[in-house]
Design a protein around this ligand. Structure first.
Ligand code: S3P
Length: 172
């Protein structure tokens, strides 16, 4: 029943650690839609991890690939797309997403994000810095962009399924 209402891609945006990939995968399965993750697509296309791309070619090169990957993913049959935390901050990507997709801003308290980010060391923007400090700065810079998404959903530190339910309610 929900499925028939959805004729546009759903694009999850928000800071690293908020759960875009996990929540996106579950949301897609609830909606009977395909799921893709832009970071995974970039890694597959480049044959390299995001961290290696940043290290060897720099952030601008990564952003360029990210923009092209998202433009491609947004075409075709509607799907749920999880994006890297910086994607929606890039003007061209943001404008495209706002025009042809339904953007959902997933947000959570900085402490929740920092705890999740500190469990892995795959994020080049954090490296050996303090995750809470990095995330606080990124939130300040990026929240004005994320807030342009038409749907805002707060994610707690509890079950991701509750967050999925909130997104489904907002989409209905
Ligand atoms: C980034 C977030 C990462 C990844 C890259 C840059 C960012 O994705 O795209 O490390 O600029 O916030 P996640 O949000 O999935 O961690």
């Amino acid at each position: 029943a929900i499925k028939s209402h959805i004729d546009k891609p759903i694009v999850l945006v928000g800071l690293m650690g908020v759960g875009k990939s996990t929540i996106g995968r579950r949301l897609a399965s609830r909606l009977g839609m395909p799921f893709v993750d832009s970071d995974d697509e970039i890694e597959a296309a480049a044959g390299m991890k995001v961290g290696e791309l940043f290290e060897h070619y720099g952030e601008d090169y990564f952003r360029d690939g990210e923009r092209r990957v998202i433009a491609r993913l947004i075409e075709g049959p509607p799907k749920v797309i999880a994006t890297g935390g910086g994607a929606f901050v890039q003007e061209e990507t943001r404008e495209l997403v706002l025009k042809v997709a339904t953007a959902v801003w997933l947000n959570a308290d900085i402490d929740v994000l920092a705890e999740r980010v500190s469990r892995r060391d795959t994020r080049p923007l954090v490296r050996d810095l303090d995750p809470k400090m990095v995330l606080t700065e990124l939130a300040e810079k990026r929240n004005p962009f994320y807030s342009q998404a038409p749907i805002h959903v707060q994610s707690g530190d509890g079950a991701h399924d509750e967050t999925v339910d909130r997104i489904l309610e907002a989409l209905a």
